[in-house]
Write a protein that binds this ligand. Sequence first.
Ligand code: SF4
Ligand code: SF4
Length: 398
Amino acid sequence: MKYRNMGSLDWKVSALGFGCMRLPPRRINRIRADTKKSIDLIRYGINKGINYIDTAWPYHLGDSEKILGETLKDGYREKVYLVTKLPIFMVRKSKDFSKYLTTQLKRLQTDYLDGYFFHALNKGQFEKIKKLELLKEMEEAKKEGLIRSIGFSFHDTLPVFKEIIDHYPWDISQIQCNYMDTCVQATTEGLEYAHKKDVAVVVMEPLKGGTLVDPPLEAIEILNSAKEKKSSVEWALQFLWNKPEIAVVLSGMGSKRMIDENCEIADRSGINSLTSQDQKIIERLARIYRKRIRVPCTACGYCMPCPEGVDIPQNFACLNNVHLEKSRFRRFQTRRTYRKLKSSKNKVNLLDPNGNGMLCNKCGLCVDKCPQRINIPEEIEKAKKNLRKQTTLFSMLK
Ligand code: SF4
Ligand code: SF4
């Protein structure tokens, strides 16, 4: 494993961090995480040299923090930097700060956090922090030794990001970054801005919720034309580790195979290690994806569960895949996947949502929860219109 500097902190962090929001699911309720498999998996990652662990209050409906509490027993706690986040969207008054922090320390079975972040800051939540003077609470917790560094994760635009960075001497910021999203959210300019101010930058969504893992045919042709062969995942991760401004790249790894693959790629990583030819390949790949993506959903699952049982990320994955794919056969498969989602109230599983857009009643409950600011009901409607058409394989191949 390669280790990197962490802004102004004296930490040596593994280039690859373990994001605990995509742990192995339970068999019955797939939003929840399977305890035994998750403990085994996270410890496997730590044994391979990963020393940065990221979680948050809502991940897997609270299971993520509880599972980490069990995982980090038997000497594992001392091996890692552990970060969780204040669910700022649930905070109503200043006193809520200590209520959540105390509960999270209890869930994580630890006396201290290496990092405590405001979760998913945007303009509105940032105003709340100022109004409720929550940075004072953070500093108090730091003085008491309950937290060791202060940070925030971010989902809004560049001006808001700069405003937040300028407001306080943060230790860490966590932003969405991948080769497709250089001009959205904090953007590359924001990344460089934070770095100049000595704020360590942790990257989330390096593969854009898996979008960059499975390339369409056009992108495969570009990958094949490269002098040095790399997998689609390696191109995406090396793009990030090439940048001196990035400390840790988080990956939500759900299997040992993914951990092995990512650790091997991390071993080959290095700052400024990509050639100008490599950069050109990445730019070409980004152009292909940008042209075809319909909904910027990262499958984070923050909008879930939908009370009507709509599997929102799966609906959007189908819509995007149908546009990303050049292969008729794979487009046919995607439409079939969509039609397998349930469209009637009697058949849908509310505990483990598996419904399509037919079930959406446009209640709007999901909209404010989406960090990508997607108008979910509107896009779900588009997915429905686009994907419900009955197509046979024969008609697609004609
Ligand atoms: S708007 Fe539709 S998708 Fe969103 S929570 Fe309501 S029913 Fe579910
Ligand atoms: S719609 Fe938004 S909140 Fe829901 S999974 Fe996609 S990006 Fe996440």
